[in-house]
Design a protein around this ligand. Structure first.
Ligand code: NAD
Length: 353
């Protein structure tokens, strides 16, 4: 336990409900005093949005959502918000949808009510991201933190099992990286440990029974804890690597996190006794890496970056791009060669054990 630290807890309302999303959203919109709501939803979210927003004053439904929020997509959404005269945003979907609502909030100051349908966790952070010319820029701004979150597991049963696995491991990665990220503190690590416990227990349940609401609820609980820990602790080595892979080569977000995580854990855990103890305890295993790999085998997790479009000749370029971003807090000091070796193992799908 560190004897001196500073921790910031972000202020937002959080609701967990089962089949009560419409009532929850209506209560949160009314709490904001909003009378003209812009709804942002796409894909599976559009059908769910009609159900969830039935009791609120909607002026516009915006469905032009693209992963990693390209600037032109953000500009179109901002223009739509302004011309509709919206006074609040309700977003329903995964991290891409929440990310677009955040882009609108960043320039308009409109308050957001977020209804998440994946485990990405963007709803609980004050971090925004925008992509221009293949470079993703992120920033922190209080305006983008949703004022309220409405979690309803019944909205997540349609998330396919492979995406649920990848997204759940994305949440687990928030927890693991929070153990050694630049602003990691004892509160973050306690939240992260409980997040790992929840996600590690619930992921096999979701794989075995995707419609089991109790398992899906436990996933949302874990994903929320993960995001709160990550938001406070900041991006560690794992997120720096995935940020480069996503922004520079367009790799899919959740799957990239799922593949890279065991390789970062294999590198850092032996040099971080507290992380090793917390992660192994949360996963009920003798070692953090063994626990993660047993879980990954059980849920048939993705293993290779080459399956998601990374080319072998891009490995050296990726390692050079990651190196300047490696946080000084990382338990292991790394060279470009070390990073390239890590990336090659993740690219090949090598067993990190
Ligand atoms: P996503 O939002 O792109 O969703 C992935 C796919 O799942 C999409 O095709 C979507 O339509 C579909 N989907 C979502 N919910 C569904 C459901 N209930 N049923 C069926 N299909 C469903 O992906 P994601 O992994 O949730 O989010 C990734 C994005 O979020 C990235 O851009 C990432 O950078 C960002 N992110 C930001 C933060 C932050 O703090 N700012 C945190 C985490 C992720």
């Amino acid at each position: 336990m560190t004897t001196g630290f500073e921790h910031e807890t972000l202020g937002q309302r959080v609701r967990f409900t089962r089949d009560g999303a419409a009532e929850g959203v209506a209560a949160e919109v009314s709490h904001l005093g909003a009378e003209r709501v812009m709804v942002i939803a796409s894909g599976a979210g559009e059908a769910l949005a009609a159900r969830v927003t039935a009791d609120i004053p909607v002026v516009l439904v915006h469905d032009d959502v693209v992963m990693h929020v390209p600037v032109e997509v953000a500009d179109r959404a901002r223009e739509a918000a302004e011309s509709s005269g919206a006074d609040a945003l309700v977003c329903l979907g995964g991290g891409s949808t929440t990310g677009l609502a955040k882009a609108v909030a960043l320039t308009t100051g409109l308050p957001i009510v977020a209804v998440p349908t994946t485990y990405a966790g963007s709803e609980a952070t004050n971090v925004w991201g925008l992509t221009e010319d293949a470079v993703k820029t992120t920033g922190v701004d209080a305006r983008v933190l949703p004022r309220a979150i409405v979690y309803d597991a019944s909205l997540t049963t349609s998330l396919p099992v492979d995406l649920s696995v990848a997204s759940g491991l994305n949440a687990l990665a928030h927890c693991v990286d929070s153990m050694w990220a630049p602003r990691s503190d004892p509160i973050d690590r306690a939240l992260a440990e409980e997040g790992i416990r929840a996600l590690g227990g619930a992921l096999p349940r979701v794989v075995d029974a995707p419609g089991d609401l109790a398992g899906r609820e436990r996933m949302l609980y874990g994903a929320y804890l993960a995001a709160v820990a990550f938001s406070s602790a900041g991006s560690g080595l794992h997120h720096k690597i995935c940020h480069v892979l996503g922004g520079r080569y367009g790799l899919p977000h959740a799957q990239t996190h799922a593949v890279v995580l065991p390789h970062v854990l294999a590198l850092n855990a032996p040099r971080s006794p507290e992380a090793e103890a917390r992660i192994s305890r949360a996963l009920g295993s003798d070692s953090a890496l063994a626990g993660l790999q047993e879980l990954r085998d059980r849920i048939d997790a993705p293993t290779s970056l080459r399956d998601f479009g990374l080319r072998e000749e891009q490995l050296a370029d990726a390692a050079s791009a990651v190196l300047p971003a490696v946080p000084p807090s990382n338990p292991v000091t790394l060279s470009t060669d070390d990073l390239e070796r890590l990336l090659r193992r993740a690219w090949e799908g090598a067993d990190p054990r």
